[in-house]
Design a protein around this ligand. Structure first.
Ligand SMILES: Cc1cc2nc3c(=O)[nH]c(=O)nc-3n(C[C@H](O)[C@H](O)[C@H](O)COP(=O)(O)OP(=O)(O)OC[C@H]3O[C@@H](n4cnc5c(N)ncnc54)[C@H](O)[C@@H]3O)c2cc1C
Length: 382
């Protein structure tokens, strides 16, 4: 197996790296202060060709698959986690719902505009009483003439207030449990669609996370994604990709925390020498280097499996679990290496520590990833 990047992927990485250095880093502090990622940044991402990186070329994207998406997520997160998460809710779980579940006509209708940034996307599965167990959702869609009428409420929707089109999952037949859920592409301009409370979060404060309400929202049948009752499958297949891209987020954040720690350890002195010369600090740096190498190996190996058309559900849960927990250790060591300064908002490490924590929660908690992995191990064997 050859896992070296092609010339195309290397060029993509250089492009995303340059974008991060010139367009994201200079405004990262402002994004954190104002709790907002400027919409113009998405125009710039589209112009740079980064918005539709995993969208097939025939639909206006770059056609660089999950590996391309992971490369971009890895780089953008190093500049600012909120930008990368806003990007991911659009380019990963938003657009990928249409790639995974859309028919040819829907892909033609939505993907080029998602690649160009004309349409921003979001993914709405979670509800107040249906997070880890989304099949318990209450939002309904009932047939009405040539379309559907949606009623209910979603919570924790990243990009929910800035998206132009939201993939909404709703119950169409309660008696069938998970097999009675259907997916719909809902324009945010639809009458009855409204944005509710915006969450005040511990980290990733620039990324918007809101509740959405659907009060008799009419959706034409041509916006139904996949089969009636096939929504849960689309939701899970999309999350397989989302969890992988999230692993790339974790990797990017860990690289940034580690780099800052190495720099700090070299220049901070204690007991008459740089702290990097104390073995306890060296061991922390070594452990973080091991974690980052593990994360990098996993993310790009599983992205390769996905792009080869192999099944990767168990592996994407492994990526999500291992990378989010490894990131937690890396940012924790980074704070420790910075001493008191690691706890000060003056230093970027304090923000990275807060930004990292949610990766063990969203797109399925660590506990849920273990359930997914164990179920697959018991079903298909070790
Ligand atoms: C910042 C942020 C952004 C998000 N963005 C989106 C988005 O864009 N779209 C979207 O649809 N959702 C989004 N979510 C929702 C997210 O996916 C859920 O928060 C997550 O799946 C957990 O659900 P919950 O919060 O309801 O926790 P709960 O389901 O209430 O879980 C609480 C605790 O119980 C544990 N638990 C639950 N069931 C079991 C079990 N069977 N065995 C063992 N332990 C269990 C959990 O692991 C957790 O520790 C976002 C969440 C956050 C915080």
């Amino acid at each position: 197996m050859d896992l070296t990047f092609s010339d195309e992927l290397r060029m993509l990485r250089d492009l995303a790296r340059d974008f991060t250095e010139t367009r994201i880093r200079p405004i990262a502090a402002q994004i954190e202060r104002e709790h907002r990622v400027p919409r113009e940044l998405f125009g710039a991402l589209a112009e740079a060709g980064l918005l539709g990186v995993a969208i097939p070329a025939e639909h206006g994207g770059a056609g660089l698959g999950e590996t391309g998406l992971c490369v971009v997520m890895d780089e953008l997160t190093q500049g600012d986690f909120s930008v990368a998460v806003t990007y991911g809710a659009h380019a990963s779980i938003g657009a990928m719902s249409v790639v995974v579940g859309g028919n040819a006509e829907q892909q033609r209708r939505f993907l080029p505009d998602m690649a160009s940034g004309k349409l921003l996307a979001a993914y709405a599965l979670s509800e107040a009483n249906a997070g880890s167990d989304p099949a318990a959702m209450r939002t309904t869609a009932r047939p009405d003439g040539s379309g559907w009428v949606l009623d209910g409420e979603k919570v924790w929707i990243t990009n929910g207030d800035v998206a132009d089109v939201v993939t909404v999952y709703a119950v169409t037949d309660r008696s069938k449990g998970a097999k009675g859920i259907t997916a719909f592409l809902v324009p945010s301009t639809s009458p009855g669609f409204s944005v509710g409370k915006r969450e005040e979060k511990m980290g990733q404060r620039g990324s918007s996370t809101v509740a959405l309400a659907f009060d008799g929202v009419r959706v034409p049948d041509e916006n139904r994604l996949g089969e009636i009752g096939g929504g849960f499958k689309i939701a899970m297949a999309t999350l397989d990709r989302g969890r992988l891209a999230l692993g790339a987020n974790c990797l990017g954040c860990a690289r940034e925390a580690h780099r800052l720690s190495v720099d700090y350890a070299r220049q901070r002195e204690a007991f008459g020498k740089p702290i990097s010369e104390h073995q306890a600090i060296q061991w922390m740096l070594a452990d973080s280097a091991c974690d980052i190498f593990t994360m990098e190996s996993l993310v790009y190996r599983v992205a390769w499996m996905c792009d080869q058309g192999q099944s990767f559900g168990r592996e994407s849960a492994i990526v999500k679990l291992v990378c989010s927990e490894a990131l937690d250790r890396v940012v924790d060591r980074a704070v420790q290496i910075h001493g008191g300064m690691g706890y000060s908002a003056e230093y970027r490490i304090e923000q990275l520590y807060r930004d990292a924590r949610v990766t063990r929660i969203y797109e399925g908690t660590s506990e849920i990833q273990r359930i997914v992995i164990a179920r697959d191990v018991l079903r298909r064997g070790a």
